[in-house]
Design a protein around this ligand. Structure first.
Ligand SMILES: [Zn+2]
Length: 222
């Protein structure tokens, strides 16, 4: 009897070891890393972030920052996140929009990493965007964004990329780029009456705003 119990215990132990072996990260595989998101008022969010040395993009440090940004953005259902929002004072942000419960009206944007990003306005056309931010808890507000922009920067492989964005999605890139200059969306709100909580936005404003977003997407394609 004792032998049988001992055998069962040994078998259970072997099973646990086997499961642990299955779940062990493969060499080079990163563990998920969700970082604390700094909140408005933190000095790192208010300062201009520094350029990243392009020769250092393939370093484990910069690659680790990128992995942490992606994990933290996805964990918080953000549409984007800038490095200084997780305490890294360098010019780097990620953007990604899929089926996002925070922003159900946002058109999709594939995962994009931009290092030392530059944004140029292609025209004077603007639109009114209602924005929220992971660093501004339970607050939304209306800001003016350019409709047609040129975006450039380096990806995580050190390749220089440039592309144009037109329509509602242009606001997302401007929002993330602003972070790197220490600017958060409340700094750009012209009408303080537009500030509202997320629940008040959902109840009183989201339907009308989502209609306007649809019209922009119909006109501009994104
Ligand atoms: Zn933000």
């Amino acid at each position: 009897m004792l032998f049988v119990l001992l055998q069962i215990a040994l078998d259970a132990c072997a099973m646990q070891n086997a499961i642990a072996a299955i779940h062990k990260p493969l060499p080079g595989e990163q563990q998920m890393s969700v970082r604390e998101i700094l909140q408005i008022g933190h000095p790192v969010l208010a300062a201009r972030a520094q350029e990243i040395d392009i020769a250092a993009i393939d370093s484990p440090e910069v690659q680790g920052w990128i992995d942490d940004l992606i994990d933290t953005m996805r964990d918080a259902n953000g549409a984007g996140i800038a490095a200084n929002q997780i305490g890294i004072p360098y010019r780097l942000f990620t953007v990604e929009v899929g089926d996002n419960p925070r922003y159900p009206y946002k058109p999709p944007i594939p995962l994009t990493i931009l290092i030392n990003p530059v944004i140029a306005f292609l025209s004077d056309k603007t639109f009114e965007a209602n924005e929220g931010c992971l660093s501004v808890p339970d607050m939304r507000g209306t800001v003016t964004r350019h409709l047609e922009i040129a975006v450039s920067g380096y990806d995580r492989d050190g390749q220089h990329r440039s592309f144009n964005v037109r329509g509602y999605s242009a606001g997302t890139w401007q929002h993330e780029h602003d972070h790197l200059d220490g600017i958060l969306f409340p700094h750009r709100v012209k009408d303080p009456q537009s500030f509202c909580s997320w629940s008040a936005f959902a109840e009183f404003h989201q339907a009308e705003f989502a209609d306007r977003v649809r019209q922009l997407v119909d006109t501009w394609g994104s």
